[in-house]
Design a protein around this ligand. Structure first.
Ligand code: SF4
Ligand code: SF4
Length: 459
């Protein structure tokens, strides 16, 4: 039977109040009701006692790696106004326009193949995902070709993906189609919407991208339908409505809409940056046909997204894996902040040979290196590093009500190496408010609750 939330009609006014001291009793009762029905747990779910990361867990992640991301090159043929490596940011690492040497990728592939033979491997038949990232990855196609060639020699099912600006796509169509590469294309909407995305000589990129995509669509409609996705960045020259309308009309696709990164902004550029920056939630709330698009955009709507996170993190009958379902428990192996076990999601290799747990975090947190002589990764050293970081936060986390469902990555905290302060900390008061608001959302959206459970969580 499909799990359900019983919809009790609480007084809406009370539910919408901000929590004052005198309202505590009301909220306590409401939460106690959900706890008694097994919808949220009575006590914070603690982990299995393993507060610290062990070298074995890291070995296990490397040996069962799901995704390798190669920063194919630091070079880019575009100079977008808001680029992370551009004028607005002072924290971006210096770029030397370096291509990743083919030898680095070969050594990495050899190293990971050997790890698959280790005692920690449990995933021989699983798919492996290899992604090419940049700069503009199509500016270093020899590396892409050599990785694909190496991949063909492995007895493993591999799916490839690439994030690209598509301006060089016309030169690489046979390769991407023959190897079934999934492309995520950066495009901000129509010509005016896309006008921050320019070539190095400041010429507009829109016409070139559109023509490349239209040709691909005509020649390989099935590949196009299945393999092309879009990322659009929101700023002061577009809006959620315009982006959505453009992709719907021109490509019959729904893009991911991203905000500009607003951390690490150079002080002298702050005014200019914030004149360019647009908040996604604000732009969503200005949609003319909000009600109609709400259902289509679904998880792109902030309220839906946050409700889904709640289902994943708090509902007692959502299991992370079949193993957890069959054993009747949610195994929480790693309770330290919301940081992933290194390499449990992916491994990211920069063009200059640094090894990181993902492409989002700063290079100063590199966990190892690769060069023409081989790979240097030491699981004990990495475990010690994480455990030291974790220790600096342990007092805050121990009394934080978000601990059970923390999604704070440790690498985004300021002063990580000294005295980090987590702004996501939640006290009892804020937690009760959060639970009440989220449960009220489900009471108001019973059909969407079913849709999330069926279409997102179960499928
Ligand atoms: S952002 Fe943090 S938690 Fe997320 S994948 Fe990267 S390292 Fe892991
Ligand atoms: S203090 Fe921050 S990192 Fe620690 S559990 Fe709370 S939200 Fe997560």
């Amino acid at each position: 039977m499909h799990p359900y939330i019983p919809f009790i009609h609480f007084e809406r006014q009370a539910a919408e109040k901000t929590i004052e001291r005198e309202d505590f009793e009301y909220y306590k009762k409401k939460i106690a009701y959900y706890q008694s029905h097994g919808i949220i747990s009575e006590k914070p779910v603690s982990g299995n006692g393993q507060l610290y990361l062990s070298p074995e867990l890291i070995e296990e992640s490397i040996s069962n790696l799901k995704q390798i991301v190669f920063e194919t090159t630091e070079k880019c043929n575009l100079q977008c106004k808001y680029c992370y490596y551009g004028e607005y940011y002072h924290t971006a690492p210096e770029r030397k326009n370096q291509d990743m040497p083919v030898e680095y990728a070969k050594k990495m592939m050899e190293y990971l193949s050997k790890k698959q033979l280790s005692e920690f491997n449990q995933s021989w038949n699983h798919w492996m995902y290899i992604s090419f990232y940049g700069g503009e990855p199509m500016m270093n196609m020899p590396l892409v070709k050599s990785v694909i060639k190496a991949g063909k020699m492995k007895n493993r099912q591999i799916a490839y993906s690439m994030t690209t600006n598509a301006t060089l796509l016309n030169k690489n169509v046979p390769l991407v189609v023959d190897n079934d590469i999934h492309l995520t294309i950066s495009l901000d909407g129509n010509k005016e919407n896309n006008s921050y995305r320019v070539f190095r000589n400041k010429a507009q990129t829109f016409d070139k991208i559109l023509s490349n995509l239209k040709k691909l669509q005509q020649q390989y409609p099935i590949y196009y339908e299945k393999n092309i996705k879009f990322n659009a960045v929101l700023h002061n020259k577009n809006s959620v409505q315009e982006i959505y309308d453009f992709f719907q009309t021109e490509f019959n696709k729904k893009p991911a809409i991203l905000e500009l990164n607003n951390s690490g902004i150079a002080e002298e550029k702050s005014n200019e940056f914030y004149a360019t920056y647009r908040n996604r939630n604000e732009s969503l709330s200005q949609l003319e046909n909000y009600a109609q698009l709400e259902s289509e955009l679904f998880l792109d709507m902030p309220s839906y997204h946050s409700a889904l996170i709640f289902l994943h993190q708090y509902i007692q009958f959502v299991y992370k894996s079949y193993e957890d379902l069959l054993s009747g428990e949610n195994r929480i192996l790693w309770t330290s902040t919301g940081t992933c076990i290194p390499f449990s999601r992916k491994i990211f290799i920069t063009a200059n040979g640094k090894i990181l747990p993902c492409e989002k975090i700063a290079q100063k947190f590199a966990l190892g290196t690769v060069d023409e002589n081989g790979v240097y990764l030491d699981a004990t050293e990495i475990a010690n590093k994480y455990n030291t970081y974790y220790k600096t936060l342990s007092k805050q986390c121990a009394v934080c009500y978000r601990q059970q469902a923390c999604n704070q990555c440790i690498f985004f905290l300021e002063n990580l190496e000294d005295k980090p302060v987590c702004h996501g900390f939640m006290d009892k008061n804020s937690m009760q408010k959060y639970l009440t608001n989220t449960i009220s959302f489900f009471e108001n959206h019973p059909h969407d609750y079913s849709r999330m459970m069926k279409d997102v969580i179960i499928s």
